[in-house]
Write a protein that binds this ligand. Structure first.
Ligand code: NDP
Length: 397
């Protein structure tokens, strides 16, 4: 668990921050928080994939040192958009990695997908405080990431609302007193639908989450419950817990963000409105706190909280997470890669919603797993799993 004592107080001097994936849902919420606290934070680097206009606006507004667009073809557009602003423009994957390594106090890793592995790892290797939203990078390369955290002395702070909640109530000095953690799941937009009723779900329906406003990929993951599956793996690495100590409960209101149960029967939870600005603000100011302009919970309103066990036959993705953790290194990488390809195919209307988990399941069965000894083996396995997933999708047509 990270040590608060080595972090400089916000009162001492403003914190310099870089945001990888600044134009996404998490990135925009982070920008919103920083914009409200210009005295406490200033921006070093901002990155995006293709959204030049928003990236340039963010960089100008916050007077960033550098703005990086991943798609090299857009360098000219970015340079033009930043003309006269004093913000340096850069482009390409290598430039994103350089941005991740730039000296600063705090890095938000909010790129979506395993494409964020290298940049997240670079920030960790510099020993930075890294706020981790990019769960796919940890799921895919968890042991290497956690080893890099140990080696560099980096501070890894979970942004995912569930893991952030656990982090807030996890007493690391009483690890043996913790009986389990309980991740809550809203159940997504199709919680009460049978599998038969999922036959003709469209991308437009799947991205409409009932409680959270998020990017397209994670919204689809929430609808299939693959998001919870990835979160089980994420929690196993972050909190160093076996699969049996990580439970999931359906909690449709998304108010209790997760819980830690202790052996004396106490259950500690963190609650709040479903607004990502709360967990992001917690990591941004950690170990202090800053106010947000986000929604807050009004406990004077009639508030009912309900919890129910998850039906894993209805949501088979949960089994895939447990299987991947049981089988070990390589399986979570393949599961994540296969899911990324399947979700992309679904969003492009090339795959049925109901087939998403099936693609991942088939990839885990078909892939010939080899020994993994370094991060390059992870990249090779990721590529292999993607190729098999593409074949499986083709065969399903
Ligand atoms: P979005 O799709 O909204 O944003 C993704 C960001 O990554 C954008 O800035 C995008 O740039 C950038 N990006 C995409 N592809 C590449 C690439 N190939 N190279 C470089 N940058 C790239 O995602 P979210 O903000 O929803 O999610 C980000 C991460 O946070 C995910 O891992 C997700 O699981 C996690 N997370 C998200 C939550 C949420 O509420 N949204 C909650 C908890 C976790 P561009 O805009 O130019 O495409």
């Amino acid at each position: 668990m990270p040590q608060a004592s080595k972090i400089l107080s916000l009162q001492t001097r403003p914190r310099s921050v870089s945001i990888l994936g600044a134009t996404g849902s998490v990135g925009r919420s982070t920008i919103d928080l920083i914009s409200g606290h210009r005295d406490k934070f200033h921006v070093t680097a901002l990155t995006a994939h293709r959204n030049v206009d928003l990236l340039a606006k963010q960089a100008r507004d916050l007077q960033a040192s550098v703005a990086v667009i991943a798609d090299e073809k857009l360098y000219g557009d970015l340079k033009k958009a930043l003309d006269g602003s004093g913000v340096k423009a850069a482009a390409g994957h290598k430039a994103i990695l350089e941005a991740a390594e730039m000296p600063c106090d705090w890095v938000m890793a909010a790129i979506v997908g395993a494409v964020g592995i290298e940049s997240t790892l670079k920030a960790i290797q510099q020993g930075r405080t890294v706020a981790l939203a990019n769960k796919e990078s940890l799921v895919s390369a968890g042991p290497f990431m956690m080893e890099a955290v140990r080696k560099s002395g980096a501070t890894l702070l979970p942004v995912d609302s569930e893991h952030n909640a656990v982090f807030q109530v996890f007493d690391a000095e009483q690890r043996e007193g913790i009986s389990r953690i309980i991740l809550t799941a809203s159940g997504g937009p199709f919680l009460r639908r049978t599998r038969d009723e999922l036959e003709n779900i469209t991308p437009e329906e799947a991205v409409k989450h009932p409680n959270w406003s998020m990017g397209a990929k994670i919204s689809v993951d929430s609808a299939t419950m693959m998001n919870k599956s990835l979160e089980i793996i994420e929690a196993a690495y972050l909190f160093n817990l076996p699969s049996e100590k990580i439970d999931v409960l359906i909690h449709p209101q998304s108010i209790v963000h997760s819980m830690v149960e202790y052996i004396d029967g106490s259950i500690l939870s963190q609650m709040g409105a479903p607004d990502m600005r709360t967990p992001i603000a917690y990591t941004l100011a950690w170990p202090q706190r800053v106010n947000t302009t986000g929604a807050t919970l009004n406990l004077n309103e009639k508030l009912s909280l309900s919890f129910e066990p998850i039906d894993t036959n209805r949501f088979p993705a949960i089994h895939l997470a447990r299987q991947s953790l049981r089988e070990g290194l390589g399986y979570p990488t393949a599961l994540n890669a296969a899911n990324e390809i399947a979700v992309e195919a679904f969003l492009q209307k090339k795959l049925k919603f109901r087939a998403i988990e099936n693609v991942s399941e088939q990839v885990l069965q078909k892939l010939k797993f080899k020994a993994i000894s370094n991060i390059n083996d992870i990249f090779s396995l990721d590529a292999e799993a993607r190729a098999i997933a593409a074949d499986v999708i083709q065969a399903l047509k």
